[in-house]
Design a protein around this ligand. Structure first.
Ligand code: ARG
Length: 593
């Protein structure tokens, strides 16, 4: 379907043209004086110079042509030359009926779908997920869903950190603790055990210990580097241990991401492109891009128009070892040959901005991507505590993601019980817990996604879990309220089928209808700007519009059955649009709360 605002503009443009003016002047926008009108057009003012006419006269001319328009019920010329409009109730009703009949509420699908790869999550194996991993997962998941809903072919890749020194560190520490393990016996040629010689909790403890030791002890670090080298060169026992580390860690990661309602299509990691590195480096040398500088292999990526210093992209360290850059470049090569994406979107902390600039330029310069392949880095801000500093535990440590989720869930259970008590209904322990998980996730995700990604934000437990205000629980509460009305209507014997939206009978109903009608425009913007916060702003406005309508209208006690059915149809559309939107944000609504 065409966007509502475009239809309105078209009508206005026709009137400009019919009155003898340039049609382009007829562009309509939302009113910035909602007390006066719903939409406005400032074209008469823009045309005054060109036509040597008072803007008010042009506006009057145009308004005169629109008195019979099926789109407007009111078109007024106002000094000094504004056109103020109200749209027709019938026009809006028909538009919403069209939305209800359309699979995606009138969102137009692209002529050709793009292949988009999204690189998000990016956990490091054997390290517990902490709050720093939250944003990449939450924002990335939403972007994946938005792109997919917009009609594109989207692949989400977790891109795990599963290679390099961190793995060497773990292996080294294991060897110090359990030198008798068969994996360290170079002469062993048999099969290795199926069972991992450690649990996930041991693994999570081993890494920080090893990392701390290597910083304090040169010899330990040398051992870890050697272990990394042996692993990367395929020493059997090391590879077998590595397999165990990955298996144990991935199982735990999967459990965590399921709890976050985050799903990856690909569980690839840095290790998957290891074998591509030598060939890629060779090509970069052959092409004359990579050269040696202080022993290291680098590619210059600075450009004349740079206003900041962009250092060369390092491809190999002086000891020939690969780096974070190297695996990212090889991953681009891998993605291009395996999936041929039109676009790759990366979600990381914004401190990696310059890093990705270097990697992208290097990929372009060395021909890893096509000229029209889009490479986009979305750098997000930090999640801060109430003190404005990066979020920490009370003791000042890094908070595990699981702990954070647990704290939210506990607060949610408390609020849900409290709410049941004031509303006077029974809620059993299990239901309260289940609901708390659903609402808690909405609190976390909405709290994050409602901010523009690049901005820092403050994680405020009290605010995020509140049933009022610009929060996830408020949105869910609104959906639950609608569902409850629909259930009651059905209980009264009303049918939810074959009912149609009617013309608005009051102002709050019309506002709600106009909010709903923005759906395809909002989705388009959210996709184009890669901006989930647009959807949050939209559903917050819609929830407000709905609640105002709800407070001003006695829906269930309405005597006029036709009117009542029309409202029920409107509620169904509101529920469906809201539920679609929260699904795009990566959470869902309970039946009651
Ligand atoms: N594992 C990385 C980290 O913890 C994030 C990976 C982001 N993605 C990428 N393609 N570099 O910083």
């Amino acid at each position: 379907m065409q966007k509502l605002l475009d239809l309105i503009s078209e009508e206005m443009m026709k009137a400009f043209e019919a009155a003898g003016y340039d049609a382009a002047l007829g562009k309509v926008t939302l009113s910035n004086r909602p007390d006066l009108c719903e939409y406005q057009c400032n074209g008469a003012m823009a045309g005054a110079k060109k036509y040597h006419k008072a803007p008010l006269m042009i506006a009057q001319d145009v308004a005169g042509r629109l008195q019979e328009s099926p789109v407007f019920t009111e078109v007024a010329a106002a000094a000094p030359g504004f056109l103020n409009m109200k749209v027709s109730e019938t026009f809006v009703r028909d538009y919403l009926r069209g939305m209800r009949g359309d699979e995606k509420f009138g969102l137009q699908m692209p002529e050709t779908a793009k292949k988009i790869m999204i690189d998000y999550g990016g956990p490091n194996v054997a390290k517990p997920l902490h709050v720093g991993h939250l944003r990449s997962a939450v924002i990335g998941e939403s972007i994946k869903r938005i792109c997919r809903y917009a009609g594109h072919d989207v692949i989400g890749d977790i891109h795990m950190g599963d290679w390099g020194l961190q793995m060497g560190l773990i292996i080294t520490e294991l060897q110090k603790r359990k030198p008798e393990l068969i994996y360290f016996d170079d002469s062993y040629e048999g099969e290795y055990p199926q069972e991992a010689p450690f649990t996930i909790s041991e693994l999570e403890e081993i890494y920080p210990t090893a990392s701390a030791k290597s910083k304090a002890d040169e010899a330990y670090k040398a051992d870890a580097m050697e272990a990394t080298f042996k692993l990367q060169n395929g020493v059997r026992g090391y590879r077998a241990l590595w397999d165990h580390i990955i298996r144990v860690s991935v199982a735990d990661l999967k459990r965590n991401y399921v709890n976050l309602n985050v799903e990856f299509d690909l569980w690839k990691g840095e290790s998957d492109v290891h074998d591509l590195i030598p060939g890629m480096v060779e090509e970069m040398k052959k092409g004359g891009y990579a050269y040696e500088s202080d022993g290291a292999l680098v590619v210059d990526v600075k450009e004349e128009t740079d206003t900041k210093e962009v250092p060369p992209c390092m491809i190999l360290k002086s000891d020939g070892a690969s780096l974070y850059n190297t695996t990212d470049l090889a991953t681009i090569l891998d993605r291009m040959t395996q999936y041929h994406p039109d676009k790759m979107i990366y979600l990381t902390d914004k401190r990696q901005e310059l890093y990705f600039e270097q990697v992208f330029r290097c990929a372009r310069k060395t021909g890893l991507v096509n000229a029209d392949t889009q490479l986009v880095h979305i750098g997000f801000g930090t999640m801060n505590g109430k003190d404005g500093k990066p979020f920490k535990t009370r003791e000042g440590g890094v908070m595990r993601l699981e702990t954070l989720i647990q704290e939210i869930d506990e607060e949610m259970i408390r609020k849900i019980r409290e709410n049941a008590e004031t509303k006077g209904y029974e809620i059993d322990e299990q239901e309260a817990e289940r609901t708390a998980k659903v609402v808690g996730l909405a609190a976390i995700k909405y709290g994050d996604l409602s901010n523009q990604a690049s901005k820092d934000y403050i994680f405020d437990l009290d605010r995020f879990t509140s049933f009022e205000g610009d929060t996830g629980p408020y949105i869910l509460y609104t959906i639950v309220r609608i569902k409850s009305i629909l259930n009651k209507y059905a209980e009264q014997g009303g049918s939810l089928e074959h009912i149609a939206i009617e013309e608005a009978v009051n102002e709050s109903e019309k506002s709600l209808m106009l909010e709903l009608a923005k759906f395809n425009a909002v989705m388009e913007t959210a996709y184009e700007e890669i901006a989930p916060h647009r959807i949050c702003a939209y559903i917050y406005d819609m929830a407000n519009a709905f609640n105002r309508f709800y407070h001003e209208t006695k829906i269930l006690t309405e005597e006029d059955a036709g009117k009542k059915a029309g409202w029920i149809a409107l509620l169904m559309l509101t529920r469906d649009v809201l539920e679609t939107c929260i699904d795009l944000l990566g959470f869902s609504a309970p039946e009651r709360m």
